[in-house]
Ligand binder design. Sequence first.
Ligand code: NAD
Ligand code: ZN
Length: 238
Amino acid sequence: MKSIKITPKMNITVLTGAGISAESGIRTFRDTGGLWENHRIEDVATPEGFAINPELVWNFYKERQKNASEAKPNPAHFALAELEEKFGKNLQIVTQNVDGLHRKAGSNNVYEMHGRLDKCFCIDCFSKYDNSSIDLSVKIPLCPKCGGKLRPDIIWFGEIPYYLDIIEKLILNCDVFMVVGTSGVVYPAAGFVMSAKYHGAVTIGINLEKPSNADFFDQFYIGKAGDLLPDLIEQWLN
Ligand code: NAD
Ligand code: ZN
């Protein structure tokens, strides 16, 4: 097993997925048989689904936003925020999560590559809004500027994630690439560990079960992020 002594001079990039928020009470979706909160992914997480039934899609995301706003960060989120306090800009988080829990825990260096539940944008003029500034009580919220349909600011299946240019640089330049709570099946994020390893990073994984891309990890810890991550980071900080 390739091991490494971690120091604050090193660049660490952490990729997180739905599993890191599971202990905050937000359900992952692979665990529920490919359904996300009882909905087919095609219906609620694709542009085609939105075109067919925008009201259903909005109702789904309003509910997700409500859950996320009520959820509290767990020890795994807080441990990463603590690591950032010591490592500063050398610690960067790339998250597939849309729940905002990393920011709530105090992390600042966060790239939310799949968007945010608390924002939306216009499908005609692409203006972006905080949901708090929009009347969401209507069936399909409309753009205050042009009257076009607003949609949740979420990257759906078949769409290109945010920040890929920055993420590529982080992957190529990091000394350590750590992956927490992701099933390793949603691309492009599932491929990041392979790129990081090929570019010389030590790769570390934490997940409740072995992910599909397990072969690319130098160190792998099976268990709950909220149990394992704080201990691992504690070791690094000492
Ligand atoms: P996923 O649901 O495909 O996989 C989650 C992984 O986390 C699973 O392998 C599971 O075994 C593991 N896991 C569950 N509980 C865990 C725990 N306590 N500690 C460690 N690991 C745990 O999630 P994904 O790979 O992130 O892909 C899902 C996609 O759906 C993402 O693109 C994301 O945008 C979206 N999503 C987001 C949220 C959120 O924001 N919290 C929740 C559900 C889905
Ligand atoms: Zn508009």
